[in-house]
Design a protein around this ligand. Sequence first.
Ligand code: C2E
Ligand code: CA
Ligand code: CA
Length: 276
Amino acid sequence: MRKDEARLLDGFVRALREHRLHMVYQPKVALRDGSLVRVEALVRWEDPELGAIQPSRFVPLAEQHGLIDELTQWGLRTILRQWVDWCAHKLDTCIAFNISALSLQNLDFPDLVERMCRGLKVPTDRLVLELTEGATQPLIKLIDTLTRFRIKGIGLAIDDFGTGYSSLMQLRQLPFTEVKIDQAFVADLGRSRDCDLIVRSIVELAHNLGLTVTAEGVETIEQLRLVKELGCDVVQGYLIATPIAPEGLLPWRREFRKRWPAMLTDEKLALWAQET
Ligand code: C2E
Ligand code: CA
Ligand code: CA
């Protein structure tokens, strides 16, 4: 292992064990009416010496060094407690949680998640697991585990759809409840006819299979209007909100309710909504 990687790993283990990781939450809203449908939990690590480290650096490290289950369980405990806290403030929303396919290899994992939900009295249908297809971790191999989650009422989203290894076929074979169209497609909308066509086909197939379609990485009013036109159900991205600390969610929702009506209608107001 390289010296800087060893240092990163050492720092990560300490942060995990000393409870110095935290979660931020990015709102996902319905395109129908701008209501908050769920938040996606995203892990953050700010090291006193190394600075802020991206999850795309330390999550793979945790996977390679046998620490992923510990990270997953810390994450689940954190978000379930957060749900209880929001609920006490009259905010009952669903939470989406990114899960490494490695953590799903254990057939007992769905039971563990159910027990954790029960222990904190969180209804299982408030939880959605987001999964990404990897080269070495084909999701089809996890079909039994995924089915167990669905039987328990836990939602399943396929993340970064359309890139890498995910295919339209999987939507039919696996028990997903949601498809998240990758940011790269959203970025190219309106610029590439192929891209519009691909998104339209994904939406059509997903809807025929009864799945919700989320567009992620929406950064501009134009993208928001395009994904609505193409039939997506839910949006997520910096235009709606950047990932926020738990206590920021209620104030964000109050502000967003005022901003939303202009976003899909009036041009001038839409610009204002984009800038605020
Ligand atoms: P992801 O699940 O695809 O998460 C979306 C990423 O895009 C997040 O980066 C988010 O901050 C960013 N993002 C959101 N809206 C926009 C936008 O409008 N424009 C652009 N350019 N980016 C946007 P983040 O937080 O750095 O997470 C990166 C990846 O790390 C995630 O990708 C996910 O795969 C993984 N990850 C994050 N948290 C966890 C976790 O708790 N457990 C596991 N296993 N993986 C996690
Ligand atoms: Ca995700
Ligand atoms: Ca994604």
